[in-house]
Design a protein around this ligand. Structure first.
Ligand code: ADP
Ligand code: MG
Length: 329
């Protein structure tokens, strides 16, 4: 007869099998608490994010993607702080034991952890409506953490990679737009298995005056940065980096607000004083990752102003995704 594994057997089977080890983990999964070695001369950076079924992913979403994304969105927060990720803990609530779901989920989670040299050091497992909370910890040398505050008038505003494809995949999933099979493949990868920009975050240490990761939408996250820094900004929408798929889309419907307000990009948005621009270009050449200059920080009184080919664009009331203000999917 098949016996349902209990909580401890599940932890043992699916979450104690990580191959990557770290010398700063004295005790990881299996005791009442993890015992970890902090680093001298560095600050510990801590962050947490939850994914809820029906809000952040659908019941039938590939569990390997869900595992990947649960850690990736947390890694993206580390990137935005300029931190080097080290340790993670995972609180998992599941409605019932599902062997193949757990196997796929843990594979997605642990392969993303291995890839970024992050060790799973503990967590929690409970029965209830499906929800995943990830806690992440990383290091940044004293004085080098990137923060939302710190942008000054005259700083240039940059964004890494390109934005909007995750939003296209989401709209296609909702049957609100049509994409070809190839386009669904390209955009779906961005939505379901985002790649956190850890290297970019590290490259920005000592160079960026402020930074944030784009999770709710470029305009929404830029607004967070601006209010934390008490500044305004002028953004040139035509300088926005978008993919070939998005460019085709914009040719059909000239809706530039789409890439600026759709979320889940997990690129970095950051500001750099003029004097650091040369060093910035050199560092990003070294890591071989594209960045685009999309505007400039201004005094707070100007607020956020967007221009398309020099013409002012009116901004919508809703700049991005906000829990409680938006109804879930
Ligand atoms: P306690 O009852 O003492 O809180 P638990 O029974 O919740 O401990 O967990 C036992 C051990 O397994 C702890 O070390 C905990 O950190 C770890 N753990 C629990 N759930 C997970 C999980 N989903 N992933 C990784 N480790 C886990
Ligand atoms: Mg205990």
């Amino acid at each position: 007869m098949f016996n349902m594994p209990g909580e401890f057997e599940i932890i043992e089977r699916y979450f104690s099998r990580q191959t990557l080890s770290r010398s700063d983990v004295v005790i990881g999964v299996g005791d009442d608490g993890a015992v970890l070695t902090p680093r001298e001369g560095e600050k510990l950076v801590v962050s947490m994010d939850t994914l809820v079924e029906g809000v952040h992913f659908k019941r039938n979403t590939n569990p390997e993607w869900v595992g990947h994304k649960a850690l990736a969105v947390n890694l993206s927060d580390m990137a935005a702080m300029g931190a080097e990720p080290a340790w993670t803990a995972l609180a998992l609530t599941l409605p019932h034991f599902d062997e193949s779901w757990l196997d796929d989920f843990s594979r997605g989670f642990l392969s993303q952890a291995d890839r970024h040299r992050v060790r799973l050091v503990g967590g929690d497992l409970t029965q209830g409506p499906c929800s995943i909370t990830v806690h992440i910890m990383g290091f940044v040398p004293n004085g080098l953490a990137l923060m939302r505050r710190g942008a000054r008038p005259g700083d240039r505003i940059f964004v890494t990679g390109h934005i909007g494809d995750a939003g296209l995949a989401w709209l296609a999933d909702e049957h609100r737009i049509d994409l070809s099979i190839d386009e669904i493949e390209i955009c779906g990868r961005r939505l379901h298995t985002p790649e956190p920009r850890i290297d970019a975050g590290l490259a920005l240490r000592g160079i960026a005056s402020s930074a944030i990761d784009i999770s709710d939408g470029l305009l929404a996250d830029l607004t967070h940065l601006l209010s934390a820094s008490y500044v305004g900004a002028r953004v040139n929408i035509d300088k926005l980096p978008v993919s070939g798929v998005m460019r085709d889309r914009l040719r059909q419907a000239d809706d530039w607000l789409l890439p600026m307000t759709s979320g889940d990009d997990y690129e970095l948005l950051f500001c750099v004083p003029e004097r650091n621009i040369k060093r910035l270009s050199r560092r990003f050449q070294d890591i071989n990752y594209p960045i685009s200059d999309i505007g400039v920080i201004e005094e707070a009184e100007f607020g956020l102003r967007c221009y398309h080919n020099g013409i002012p664009v009116e901004l919508p009331e809703r700049l991005g995704y906000t829990h409680f203000a938006n109804s879930p999917i």
